[in-house]
Design a protein around this ligand. Structure first.
Ligand code: F6R
Length: 260
């Protein structure tokens, strides 16, 4: 895993948007994996800047969301579909119909999960998957002890995640208990994983994911198994990494042609 330590959230946005732009330059019909929550927002804002200045177009790309809440009414402002509509589809030039997410309001949820796996496969898999990390180490909504072989399925959120996500809802009671998420095994099939993380509250999870043992108890440690995974952390999120100085030096001396 490559660890890149940046000064702040804005710097994480510029760096990761640059990697996405390069991916799309090489493959204009790239398949992107999108995350929701706060962490990827600087990335989306920098992509928007590039699209508006004409240096990037996502018009031929496809995108897949990582996860979705189960049981929110259609168009609920905190559904991940509605969030991606606001933050990505309405502001960039990717067509709405090219952006798919798990159907959290399906009557037959297992069938919706299987259909989602098929859709990712039919698109040829994900070229670059954006990820955030929960304070309990989740990626997607794969909470602790999720199998590394897991596929898209229904999961129950931990109390910690419902507390963390209450800021997006009126109260904690309004945060759904259930979600559909791509499995850890699904995520690991993307060709490049890019995890963006900012803030002191994630420092412990980051240290465990990067430098701790590979364990289903820390789902983000699955990135250690991936041949091309990048973790971009601000100083606060990187503050508990034992080898922080080594990661800084490695990145500073990296040949520029290598990219992320
Ligand atoms: C969201 C997702 C989650 C978040 C994580 C961090 O699609 O898959 O894993 O990335 O909960 O959320 P933020 O960025 O809001 O701290």
């Amino acid at each position: 895993m490559e660890v890149v330590i940046v000064s702040d959230a804005a710097a994480s946005g510029t760096l990761v948007a640059g990697a996405i732009a390069e991916c799309v330059r090489q493959r204009p019909n790239a398949v992107l994996g999108l995350a929701t929550g706060s962490s990827p927002l600087p990335v989306y804002r920098d992509l928007e800047r590039r699209v508006k200045e004409g240096s990037l177009s996502l018009a031929h790309c496809k995108a897949f969301l990582l996860d979705e809440y189960v049981g929110l009414s259609a168009g609920h402002p905190q559904s991940y579909r509605a969030t991606i509509q606001r933050e990505v589809i309405d502001r960039l030039d990717i067509p709405a119909e090219a952006v798919l997410g798990p159907d959290g309001s399906a009557e037959d949820l297992p069938a919706a999960c299987a259909a989602y796996e098929e859709a990712i496969k039919a698109a040829g898999g994900v070229d670059l998957q954006l990820l955030g990390i929960g304070s309990d180490g989740h990626i997607g909504f794969n909470e602790p002890v999720s199998s590394f072989a897991s596929r898209t399925r229904v999961k129950t959120l931990t109390a910690q995640t419902r507390t963390d996500n209450a800021r997006f809802f009126g109260s904690e009671e309004e945060v759904p208990w259930h979600v559909i998420t791509q499995g850890v095994g699904t995520i690991l099939e993307a060709r490049h994983l890019v995890l963006v993380v900012t803030g002191e509250s994630k420092a412990d999870a980051v240290a465990q994911a990067v430098e701790g043992p590979i364990s289903a108890f820390m789902p983000a440690s699955a990135l250690q198994l991936h041949p091309h995974s990048t973790l971009v952390a601000d100083e606060a999120a990187a503050s508990q990494l034992k080898l922080a100085q080594y990661y800084r030096q490695t990145y500073e001396t990296k040949p520029s042609w290598q990219g992320l």
